[in-house]
Structures are given as C-alpha cells and as structure tokens.
Design a protein around this ligand. Structure first.
Ligand code: CDP
Length: 242
C-alpha cells in the first residue's frame, strides 16, 4: 500500500530515527516457563513473543509418526489482542503458512533422526504484533529449543530486510511494512549461513534483492549474538543459584 508518509528522509533517517541498517531494539530471555521443556520470551521493537517447546515425546496419533525421525510441529498463533483491530481467534491461512515455513526451517537444524517416531512441539504465541513476527517467532523458537536441550546443528535465527520509498533497509517496522514496497524475511543457520527460510512480499530488482538479502543476513548475525547471550545468562544464573 502506498502512502503520503515519508518513510525515510533525505539523510537516510527512518520514522523511528533508525539508519537503513539498524535493527529495532531486541531483548531475549531464555527459560521463562517452568512446565515447558524449554521456553523463551522475546521483545523485538513492538513485538512480544513467547515460545514454549514440548518434547521430544511419542508422536500421537501414531499414523503421524515417522519411523526414521522426529516430526517438528511449530504452531504460530497471533493473540486476538495482539493487533490494532482485534484478530479473530484461532488458526487462519496466514498462521498456517507461518507455522509451516517455521516448522520446515527448524527441521533443517534439529537432529530429528535422533528421535524416530517422536514429535517436538514448538508453540509460538505472539502477544503484541508490530511487523516481523515470523522472524521474532523463529528467533525465539531457536532459543527455546536450545533451552529444551534439543540437539541441533546450530541455533536458527531470523531477520528481515525490505524496501521503503525506494531504499533498501533492515528490519521493517509497522508503518514501513504497511506502506513500504517489499519485505524479505530470511532465516539462517548462522555458523554456515545456510538459508533455512526465505520469503518475499512485494517487488525488488535483482540488485535490490541482493542488497536486502545481505542486510537480512547481517541482521541475523547481530540477533544471533543476543540469542547466545540469553542462553548463557540463563545457565550462568542457574549455576550461581546452586
Ligand atoms: O508479522 P510478519 O511481518 O511476519 O507477517 P505479515 O503477514 O507480513 O504481517 C505484518 C504485520 O501486520 C504483523 O506483524 C502485524 O503487525 C500486522 N497484522 C495485523 O495487524 N493483523 C493481522 N491479522 C495480521 C498481521
């Protein structure tokens, strides 16, 4: 959707004062829930996301079991009160799509072959939504899986980039997502830079795509450091309490 709002000024400053490559502020806390096997609470700009991991456990119903590996059930849910106009509760096309792409991304890093016939549930609850919730959800899921001790090749991480008023920028905010030209959510395994999720909404030239992709991957590496610190903080405070 086009608007009359100027999303980026002639000095490259965005509506919230960020430069083109800057991310919104991020806070991550691991192990916030006591009954889940692993959990994470994440704030990213105006997004608030809670993730609980449950499993590995025997997959039910039995016909859903894979004899060779675990199945990963990520379930993305946007709370009715998380958006400006109350969202109708329950699954819709958008949340099914996001659940599917996040499940597939997580399967790329989880060592699923270690748990034949099992299921690993990853419940992603979006409590406040302000653009980029799939990236926020996947990033929090990575921390919650690590907190659950699920073996993985790496902690998956996600960040988007996009285009506003003809400029390629990192991590679109709400107005930028609503009135911008394109959004490119990316998730990677940060040790290898293997891409585990890549979607695009809007239009980009090949040059713009390459620039946006690089910005998103750089953003992923910034977020990855915050993930690692959240996990270290949890285990450091746990060992100090002993
Ligand atoms: O959240 P994400 O950017 O991954 O997905 P999107 O489908 O591009 O949605 C962008 C934003 O639109 C969300 O983060 C919400 O802030 C908003 N939205 C909304 O207000 N109502 C909905 N039913 C769905 C999304």
């Amino acid at each position: 959707m086009k608007s009359d709002i100027e999303l980026i000024d002639s000095n490259g400053k965005r509506l919230d004062g960020r430069g083109p490559e800057d991310l919104r502020p991020i806070k991550i806390e691991a192990g916030v829930l006591h009954r889940a096997d692993g959990s994470c609470y994440l704030e990213w700009g105006g997004n608030k996301v809670l993730v609980a991991v449950y499993g590995p456990r025997e997959a039910i119903p039995r016909h859903s079991q894979n004899p060779l590996r675990a199945i990963v059930n990520a379930k993305y849910n946007m709370a009715a009160f998380s958006v400006e106009d109350r969202k109708r509760p329950g699954p819709d096309r958008r949340s099914r799509e996001i659940s599917k792409v996040i499940s597939e991304a997580l399967e790329k890093v989880i060592l699923t072959e270690q748990f034949p016939r099992a299921a690993i549930d990853v419940n992603i609850e979006v409590l406040d939504a302000e653009a980029g919730t799939r990236c926020a959800g996947l990033t929090a899921a990575g921390v919650a899986l690590a907190d659950a001790g699920i073996p993985m090749t790496d902690i998956p991480v996600s960040c988007a980039a996009g285009k506003i008023d003809g400029h390629v920028v990192a991590d679109l905010g709400k107005e930028e997502d609503n009135f911008g030209d394109a959004d490119l959510p990316v998730a990677i395994s940060p040790r290898t830079d293997e891409v585990i999720l890549l979607q695009m909404d809007g239009h980009l030239t090949l040059d713009e795509f390459n620039k946006a992709f690089d910005l998103a991957v750089n953003g992923c590496h910034v977020v990855s450091e915050i993930q690692k610190k959240a996990i270290l903080d949890k285990y450091q405070s746990a060992s100090e309490a002993e």
